[in-house]
Design a protein around this ligand. Structure first.
Ligand SMILES: [Zn+2]
Length: 271
């Protein structure tokens, strides 16, 4: 049975232990989060004026990489939208426009200066610099944000970090340990503490499995044994801000589920 223990959770970051699964399962979940959970990103841009030092393609590329707050419930993936239009409709596309003001000073144009058509579809941060303008230079464009998947382009990845590690296990053989304290000094995660009753462990979950403690032990064989639970993993997920991290995980689970259902339906059909 799968058990989940949440260690940390905010809108942007989540760390949890999942127990009772194996590497193929957690890796499938990780890859679905990276490549198949849709988010919004600017996919098309019409540059009406650009006298800045950046050419149109570089400017468009920079704008495309801005994480955009995503509303999965109100928008359709362009390929699944009923409009079937290449240009899109207001259920599969959100516009953002920008026109810089004339100024006689050097200015930096930030993501927050783009004017959204839908006030919910805006850049995650309004402090991302797009371009620097010299006096009398001007930029004017219309950008179209659409839902997409990370497997097509990394700009649609909902996560900036998505990793798992095995749950570590650290055992000290109290019979052979002479409390020399070398492991206490060498461990970068400060897992060992020296007490009057000998060496004890704390926050074992932070262990990076570097094995320095095992090598530093003055006993032969080492009194410390570091191993990992083959069925338990620590998952760490950080969102780009486009979606709440909990939504990313639940969407990934839904996609995974649909894939299995689809597989089993196809299997039945083939009979
Ligand atoms: Zn549409």
């Amino acid at each position: 049975m799968v058990e989940i223990q949440i260690l940390e959770k905010t809108d942007e970051f989540m760390r949890f232990i999942v127990n009772g699964v194996n590497v193929p399962f957690v890796n499938a979940l990780r890859r679905i989060m990276l490549t198949e959970v849709p988010t919004m990103a600017i996919d098309e841009i019409v540059i009406l004026e650009n006298s800045s030092i950046l050419n149109d393609e570089i400017l468009a590329h920079r704008i495309g990489l801005i994480p955009i707050k995503t509303d999965l419930d109100s928008y359709n993936l362009p390929e699944e939208c009923k409009c079937e239009s290449e240009f899109g409709c207001n259920l599969c596309r959100a516009n953002l426009t920008l026109e810089t003001k004339d100024t006689d000073k050097i200015s930096t144009i930030y993501s927050g200066e783009m004017k959204p058509e839908n006030p919910d579809i805006i850049p995650v941060s309004d402090k991302i610099p797009l371009v620097k303008l010299a006096p009398d230079q001007k930029v004017k464009f219309e950008a179209y944000a659409r839902l997409g998947k990370g497997k097509k382009h990394a700009k649609w990845q909902p996560v900036s970090m998505c990793t798992y590690t095995h749950l570590p296990e650290v055992k000290i053989d109290t019979k052979s340990c002479d409390s020399c304290g070398k492991c206490v000094k060498i461990c970068p995660e400060e897992i060992f503490i020296k007490t009057s009753e000998g060496i004890k462990t704390q926050n074992v979950i932070d262990c990076t499995l570097c094995m320095d403690c095992v090598d530093s032990c003055s006993q032969n064989p080492s009194a410390i044994e570091v191993s990992w639970d083959k069925e338990a993993f620590i998952f760490k997920i950080e969102s780009t801000g486009a979606l709440q991290v909990e939504r990313i995980v639940t969407e990934a689970a839904k996609i995974f589920d649909n894939k299995i259902k689809d597989f089993s339906d196809q299997l039945k059909k083939g009979k």
